[in-house]
Design a protein around this ligand. Sequence first.
Ligand code: ADP
Length: 634
Amino acid sequence: MADLSLKHIYKVYDGEVKAVNDFCMDIKDKEFIVFVGPSGCGKSTTLRMIAGLEEISAGELRIDGEVVNDLEPKDRNIAMVFQNYALYPHMTVYENMAFALKTAKVPKDIIKQKVTEAAEILGITQYLERKPKALSGGQRQRVALGRAIVRNPKVFLLDEPLSNLDAKLRAAMRAEISRLHEKLQTTFIYVTHDQTEAMTMGTRIVVMKDGFVQQIDTPRNLFRNPINMFVASFIGTPQICFFDGVIYKEGREISYVLDCGIRINVDFYIADKIPEKYSDGKHRVAVGIRPDDVRIDDGKYKTDEWEITEAPVVMVESLGGENLVYTNLYGKNSPGEDGTLVVKTGADCEIHKGDIVKIAINKRNIYVFDRETEMNIISGIPKENIVDCEIVKGKMQLGNNSFNLPKAIYGIKDGKVKVRIPSDGVILGEGSGKGKIARVEIIDDKVLYRLEYGNYDKKDALFPLFVYEDGNQCFDEGDNVNFDIDFSKISIAERNITPLNTVNSVKCSIVKVREKNRKYTFYFDIAGELAEIEHVIREKLFAARGIEIFDTEPELIFDAFAVAAEKSDNPSRYAFLAEITEILDYGRFCFGKADLGESSVVFPYSGNVGDTVSLKISAEGVTVKDRKQDIIIV
Ligand code: ADP
């Protein structure tokens, strides 16, 4: 059981080869992380740095909060399983599995118990007395896993453990390793160059290229929201097909115009996500279509969702259970040329080379990349909505919805304005706004809704709102919902309205005070205002810095919602006292402002200016940064 944190990790070999650049990642306990990428991209090097087999050139590696850069491999409580098994040929399976425990002087009966247990988990009990040479590849790999299991490591590192096995065994062992992960409830980090392995096993996948992390995401999100063309083509089989072209806007219609002349009207759900600068008909883009999103048209595909076109078949590949039909959108007749689009069909599909087929392309799942930067231009979750509104006498008119402006921004000048509303700044299910859920997308751990509102005849729905929520999906496509705007998050450039900054940051120091019972109590000291440090934070501070903690220049960073403010002259334990200098009433949320040292902080509070309040920052919500070294300690 372990959390890992890799912060700005670099590996430079022999002072010149930069094998790993600025690797940053937080790995939660029990995750199954897969590092994937072409050979030489830095996967093994990163894994070996975590194991301690390779020195870290720069950056910080933590296991359960403790910096382990300089810790010996054996002291990291990590087990590594290699591709070549690395079993001792002269020892039996039992001896191989017991070896590490024996060297650690674990009592014999405990060794026996652990080896027996591990052998049972892996189904190799009957081979315990055999030597490795009398085992098959798969069995040897199980022994290698067994050797790791007996040590009860906090983290399992696996470096291409299946690459020496044949395809059938590999598939079986994949499932077995996933089961093992479930059973052991431990953090796994697994290296492979095989994207199928990555997609089937990882809870999150790190895609690497040339020493750089390209994207860290869930399998589904890598597939549906690849950050660039590299990730799009590396993930998914058969590979995504690319077609060069431009995006063209004509009135309300937006279409992809491929160089071959094919024009695909963009589904309006997607059109709203395309940044305006790309729809000028000049920016070169690469349009990506996944074979999974193409069908042979049998007449049942509707043109509002599917683009129907004709193309010659240049090759048919049979995979047993299914066929891959290679067509060419440019009308070319040989495989491997520009314009190839692969279609998956059933094995009994009667299509042959030379046929002209009608194909249907799902317009909702077309990918578009900037041809020059190769970046995906349609982000999964749009960060903000830019909508035309009108301010009229203290109200904001959005389509035919009217919202009362809250006190904090009441009194701004009337007129037409462009309002930026972030996608987490719309609250669904309450408020005076009325709209309809037009589309629901699950993206990673978030639910993205496309909310249409207003008077459809007047085309208000042209400016829909993208709204996301963490966690559970609460609404379905077609639902009528009420909605509200979180005015603390919006900006109106014409009226100098900016979002409320809810990230607080204060400089402090750490002091200790000896109590009557001779024990020490530790405090955060902000310009003389003291708050006792909670136990969990104190432990982490000392684990990270030891007694040097008193010489650091800490900065406390915390969100407004991590503060519990109470009107009181008498601070509760762990709380700072401060005086309210301003009240910001945003309707849904009301915030108080107060000075702590040189900084002003905000927090939810609905009292009055001049109140004395006790401010308690939650231990889970606070980050402690060492300003001297610019490193996060807690
Ligand atoms: P991967 O595991 O993704 O195949 P590696 O982490 O093994 O890649 O290697 C990353 C890069 O570092 C490659 O360019 C490789 O040649 C280089 N490299 C690996 N080990 C060493 C070494 N001991 N000395 C110098 N260069 C190395």
